[in-house]
Write a protein that binds this ligand. Structure first.
Ligand code: PPS
Length: 301
């Protein structure tokens, strides 16, 4: 079947959540399951893993610039990030599936985006001992960002109103499952998998340069001071917001009248959404679910 571009594709109706091996998912991310599970990772592949809305696009763009910013041909800089860093699990009808895009990707290393919980990662990534970067974002800002995203992202379920959305987030009935399990089980994986760099969105906001240095250390890269300055300039929120290759503004699947992909990029926007009562209930629920004292999130910087 001829594949059309993501800027012109006719979209299916909004999908429904269903239970998939114990995790809420939609068919957009499970239809290609056999190919996902049999995906052949290469030793130099780099997996960029996050729960939805934790800054995957930001990290993907940083890595793309670190690896290919200096050397890539002119045409590459005008390619959308979803083509340069394909999403492993995505399978939108009539579009190329993530695994197919990755099989056709000619870069080395391949940069690969995923939101899958750790137990769903294809086994070849572990077998090939690939480098994996996991970025986590605090739960309150994650749910706010996810809510606005699902209002506009037509390949996601209808979010409903804010209060019911927040309840559903606490119940873990979100695409890719509960936030609490996602961030905790990925963190646990660090105990027996050394090639996992676990980082926080809040730290990247606080000091992007410092976090890029840590990333480079993990990846074995040593960009010049000038290269680093150039990258820092390009990955600022305001710069990315007006950059069509990363702001998803050309993607038909986003109803830009409802929100924007590069929405606020802040730590603490949850304060503009949570009522006092919602905040108390959320904190109570959080305490019951997040028992690991070594996994601490900042809700303001
Ligand atoms: S997705 O759709 O799940 O892949 O979204 P993801 O890219 O993981 O996360 C989107 C949120 O990341 C914010 N973002 C940034 N914040 C600060 N600085 C920069 N440069 C940046 N780039 C992306 C983006 O604005 C989304 O967060 P919210 O809170 O909605 O603004």
């Amino acid at each position: 079947m001829a594949k059309v571009s993501v800027t012109s594709v006719e979209l299916p109706p909004r999908p429904q959540l269903f239970d998939f091996h114990g995790v809420s998912m939609t068919n957009i991310f499970t239809d290609n399951w056999e190919n996902i599970q049999n995906f052949q990772a290469r030793p130099d592949d780099i997996l960029i893993a996050t729960y939805p809305k934790a800054g995957n696009t930001w990290l993907s763009y940083i890595l793309d610039l670190l690896y290919f910013g200096q050397t890539s041909p002119e045409h590459r800089t005008s390619l959308s990030i979803y083509l340069k860093v394909p999403n492993l699990e995505v399978a939108i009808p009539s579009l190329q599936q993530g695994t197919e895009m990755l099989d056709n990707l000619s870069t080395s290393p391949r940069l690969i985006k995923t939101h899958l919980p750790v137990q769903f990662i294809p086994k070849s990534f572990w077998e090939q001992n690939c480098r994996i970067i996991y970025m986590a974002r605090n739960a309150k800002d994650s749910v706010v960002s996810f809510f606005h995203f699902e209002r506009m992202a037509l390949i996601h379920p209808e979010p409903g109103d804010w209060n019911s959305y927040l309840q559903r987030f606490m119940e873990g009935k979100m695409v890719f499952g509960p936030w609490h399990d996602h961030v905790s089980t990925w963190r646990k994986k660090k105990e027996n998998y050394s090639k996992l760099h676990y980082m926080f969105y809040e730290d990247l906001v606080e000091d992007t340069g410092r976090e890029i240095d840590k990333l480079c250390c993990f990846l074995g890269l040593s960009p010049s001071a000038e290269e680093k300055e150039t990258i820092l300039g390009k990955v600022q929120f305001d710069k990315m917001k007006t950059n069509d290759t990363v702001n998803h503004s050309k993607y038909r699947g986003m109803d830009l009248k409802k929100s924007s992909f590069m929405r606020k990029g802040k730590v603490g926007d949850w304060k503009n959404h949570f009522t006092v009562a919602q905040n108390e209930e959320f904190d109570e629920d959080y305490k019951k679910k997040m028992k690991d004292p070594t996994l601490q999130f900042r809700t303001e910087v």
